[in-house]
Write a protein that binds this ligand. Structure first.
Ligand code: F0G
Length: 369
């Protein structure tokens, strides 16, 4: 029994002025807030019938393609608000620790706002596209000889002692902005999905989505809440293991985090919704990453595929058996072009030929008419 579905938020086709204008009444802004926007939000919710079959378990997957935000990730939802509020409060400089996407987003929004931006990233562990973005937008980029967790510890200390505003998701405005993702999904479906699948790194996004769904239900915009299904990479799964991971490892560098700042928020989302937080291996992540691109034409970065990988693992284990509504919204957090190296590494070789018809036909093994 499939409900009618709108695949974009209601007013997107008419006019879209960014998510602060669209969801103003739900956000801590006033007329005095200088809105810094790149027209983020209004990302499509894409039905994925072929991928649903691949995942199994009778699920109907919808892909919330957050890679289509202005800087290519969901971070823009939180950043439009965090930077607007920083400007309102008279800040001159913002700072963040990042596995790459927060950095790219902070750098872009700070540039637009005319604020200085400093980012701390783990040396050698940030995908190429993200680094390119941060540099291009004029951020001061500092590579830390350490991981994300250590970089965030330093940033928090900087925020206490120096005149800089932190724009990590420890900044409550980031969570407020990001909760609009649940509004868009609910507006598109006309209800909440039965399940909400999402990768978990620093755990801000799962916290934000859960907050958004709860607010929409309290306001009577939706009548039921989804079960929250969070997925960490197996080598970086502190919430699953119940203790911080000292040296987190995963190919999904975006979620290579051993001690998430919003740990409790993620646990609350899981417990209150009757959901789960599980681990998926790098092999499972890459399998889902390729399947998304090949079966649906949707290119996301490796970390983003963790949600789809996780739903497949749950389906195989019979998690959805006996469940009537198997609608799953999967949050594809970042664009595939962020990390071209991992994409190309999926292929052993690329065919090569001399520029003649004979050579090309021969390499392609074409048959003559
Ligand atoms: N997916 C992508 C593509 C990310 O960049 C992140 C986090 C996550 C998922 C996890 O979201 O942290 O809210 O649980 N990236 C942060 C960054 C840590 O610095 O860009 P989370």
């Amino acid at each position: 029994m499939k409900p009618p579905v709108r695949v974009t938020p209601p007013r997107a086709a008419v006019v879209w002025n960014g998510l602060i204008e669209e969801y103003r009444q739900w956000l801590p802004v006033t007329k005095a807030t200088p809105v810094v926007t790149l027209m983020e939000g209004a990302t499509p919710l894409i039905p994925a019938p072929r991928l649903s079959k691949w995942v199994g378990g009778g699920v109907s997957l919808y892909l919330k393609y957050e890679g289509l935000n202005p800087t290519g990730s969901f971070k823009d939802r939180g950043m439009t608000l965090a930077i607007s509020k920083a400007k309102e409060e008279g800040a001159h400089a913002v700072v963040c620790a990042s596995t790459g996407n927060t950095a790219a987003s902070a750098a872009a929004y700070a540039a637009r706002a005319g604020l200085a931006c400093t980012i701390l990233i783990p040396k050698g562990e940030v995908a190429l596209g993200k680094l390119a973005q941060a540099l291009m937008h004029g951020a001061k980029v500092l590579q830390i000889r350490g991981g994300f967790d250590e970089a965030l510890t330093v940033v928090r200390e900087l925020g206490r002692s120096y005149a800089v505003t932190i724009v990590n998701s420890t900044n409550p405005y980031r969570i407020e902005g990001q909760k609009t993702g649940s509004f868009e999904i609910s507006d598109a479906l006309g209800r909440a999905p039965a399940f909400h699948a999402i990768p978990v790194g620093n755990a801000g996004n799962i916290t934000a989505y859960w907050k958004g769904y709860k607010e929409y239900r309290t306001a009577g915009k939706i009548s039921a809440l989804p079960r929250m299904l969070g997925f960490q990479a197996a080598g970086a799964a502190p919430i699953v293991e119940g203790r911080p991971v000292k040296a987190p490892r995963t190919i999904a560098t975006a979620i290579r985090i051993g001690n998430p700042a919003s740990w409790r928020g993620a646990e609350a989302a899981r417990e209150e919704s009757g959901g789960v937080i599980r681990a998926v291996t790098d092999a499972q992540i890459l399998e889902a990453y390729r399947a998304l691109a090949r079966l649906e034409g949707v290119f996301c970065e490796p970390a983003s595929a963790a949600g789809v990988a996780g739903v497949r693992t749950l389906a195989k284990a019979g998690y959805f058996r006996g469940v009537r509504d198997r609608t799953v919204a999967c949050i594809l957090t970042g664009h595939g072009l962020k990390d071209p190296n991992t994409a190309i590494e999926q292929f052993e070789r690329i065919l090569t030929a001399d520029p003649t018809v004979d050579a090309v036909a021969s390499v392609l093994k074409l048959t003559k008419r």
